[in-house]
Structures are given as structure tokens and as C-alpha cells.
Design a binder for this molecule. Structure first.
Ligand code: SF4
Length: 283
């Protein structure tokens, strides 16, 4: 059996994105080989910390303190979180992300925390057929007269409704809520905080069974050591920590370079033909 003490949504998601990257990170526990675009994650962590501190203080943190946390970072129960001043966003993104952070603080100050029953709620659940727990944290749990609401904060662009309705992450959170509170949430929300947009979804017991089957399928693939690389241009170029040693990426890069050369050669030939025609006309 592959040695692994736990699963999580991010592990299952990485396996789905690229089994080789998953194996390098969680099976071989290899050191990262190359830099990745960490600023997306770091920016997300700042925003999560702002939400969490705001909820934990029952909404009583003044704007000046939240703004200072945003700029300079803060100490949370999970350790030190970097501030905006410390993350290295590409210059063309920095202004936009900075303003979106300040807008988030303004919105937070007008967001009620009266129904919040937990933020960064830890869970650990087992599903039949998998000997290790699935662990994670739910960003925000609220309860009102209709029941529980689960929210996950995202720094990404808003997902489609279809994606949210099929998201394995939300199915895992629904399983966790069922275990923690004894009932399914009646509403699950992705909050895309940079864009001030939300997408709502919900899960049924039938969908949870389907999600469990999918998790078992991925677990079985991991146990069979199915770790072939899976190329995704955006992920491979920005987020894979093991791209340097990846032969598939090298092959794709070489093919891309070859296509670029061929395009340049075709253009050169067209230009030469055009110039020759022009010369003929001039004679
Ligand atoms: S570079 Fe791409 S294909 Fe290669 S391991 Fe990383 S994610 Fe997978």
C-alpha cells in the first residue's frame, strides 16, 4: 500500500490534475524543483486570514487594524501570514489585487457575523473502503432558521454554476457538515472575494454517494501507482513544482518551440514570395 496518513480535497484535486505531480509531492515527498506562481495562494491566504479574524472577533476589529493586517500580515493560530507588502505579485497585477483587497475589507466591515458558528472549521472524515481520513478546513459555517450554510472563499475568477454543482470540494464539505452537525447544509456558497461574486450550490445524499465513489476511484488509482503525467499548459507552467524533471513537459515545450520555428519559416517564405512579386512588378 502507498504510505499516506491522510487525504484532502487538495490532494485529490492534484491527483486529478496531474498524477505525476501528486506522486512527486505526496508519495516521493520530493523537494520542489522550481519556483511556482505562489502569489495566488499567498494572496488567498491573506484574504482568508482577514475573514477568519473578522469572524473570530465577532466583527469588532476596526478598519485600521484590518488594513494594517492586509498590508503587513498577521499572526494566526496556524502561524504567520504574509501581508500584501511581502508578496511578489507581477507589477501588471499588483494595483488591481491591492484595490480588490481594500474593497474586501470595506465589504467585511458591512458583513454580519451574527450567524457564524465557525471559521476554519477542521474536519476529519472516513469513507468506506479508504483506510485513511479525508481532512480539511471549512472556511465559514453559518446557521440560520433554515439550517447550515457552508462557504468557501476563492481568490480565483468565478466558477460556472455547472462547475460548482459538480465540485468534489463542496461534496466533501457536505459530508463533513453531515458528520459535524448531523445534517446536510441547505446552502453551499463559493465566494469569489476579488470579484464580489458568489455562486450557490447544494448537495443531496445521492450526490454524496457519487462523490464517495469518485474518491474511492482516485484512491484505487493511487494504490495501483498510476502516476502518469498529465499536461495542462497553464498548470504546468505556473504551478507545478516538479516541471523541471518532467519529460512530458520537456516534450511539449520542444513541440511548441518547433511549431514556433515552423510558423516563423512559413512567414519568412510568404514575405520572400511577396517581395519577389513586388520586384517583378517593379521591373
Ligand atoms: S510539468 Fe505538468 S505534466 Fe509534468 S508533472 Fe508537472 S503538472 Fe504534471
Amino acid at each position: 500500500m502507498i504510505e499516506m496518513s491522510r487525504l484532502s480535497y487538495s490532494r485529490l484535486d492534484l491527483y486529478n490534475t496531474c498524477p505525476r505531480a501528486f506522486a512527486m509531492k505526496y508519495v516521493h515527498k520530493a523537494e520542489p524543483e522550481n519556483d511556482t506562481a505562489d502569489y495566488f495562494a499567498e494572496y488567498g491566504i491573506i484574504a482568508h486570514a482577514l475573514y477568519e479574524e473578522h469572524a473570530n472577533a465577532r466583527g469588532l476589529i476596526p478598519k485600521t487594524v484590518l488594513t494594517d493586517m492586509f498590508h503587513n500580515g498577521t499572526e494566526t493560530r496556524d502561524g504567520m501570514v504574509k501581508g500584501f507588502n511581502d508578496i511578489k505579485l507581477p507589477p501588471y497585477m499588483a494595483n488591481k489585487y491591492y484595490q480588490q483587497g481594500l474593497d474586501l475589507i470595506d465589504r467585511l466591515l458591512h458583513t454580519s457575523v451574527a450567524n457564524v458558528v465557525g471559521s476554519e472549521v477542521k474536519f476529519s472524515i472516513y469513507i468506506e473502503g479508504i483506510p485513511v481520513p479525508i481532512e480539511g478546513f471549512i472556511d465559514k459555517v453559518e446557521r440560520d432558521e433554515r439550517g447550515y450554510i457552508i462557504t468557501d472563499f476563492k481568490s480565483a475568477r468565478p466558477y460556472t454554476q455547472e462547475f460548482c454543482d459538480e465540485s468534489l470540494q463542496m461534496s466533501i464539505y457536505a459530508m463533513a457538515a453531515l458528520e459535524l452537525y448531523g445534517e446536510l447544509p441547505y446552502k453551499q456558497v463559493y465566494e469569489f472575494f476579488r470579484f464580489n461574486e458568489t455562486v450557490k450550490t447544494v448537495r443531496t445524499m445521492k450526490q454524496l454517494e457519487e462523490a464517495k465513489q469518485e474518491i474511492r476511484r482516485r484512491w484505487d488509482c493511487i494504490q495501483r501507482k498510476e502516476f502518469d503525467p498529465q499536461y495542462d499548459q497553464f498548470f504546468c507552467n505556473n504551478f507545478c513544482q516538479y516541471a523541471k524533471s518532467c519529460s512530458l513537459k520537456q516534450q511539449m515545450d520542444a513541440e511548441k518551440a518547433q511549431r514556433r520555428i515552423e510558423r516563423a519559416q512559413r512567414k519568412q517564405a510568404r514575405d520572400a514570395k511577396k517581395a519577389a512579386k513586388q520586384q517583378e512588378g517593379d521591373v
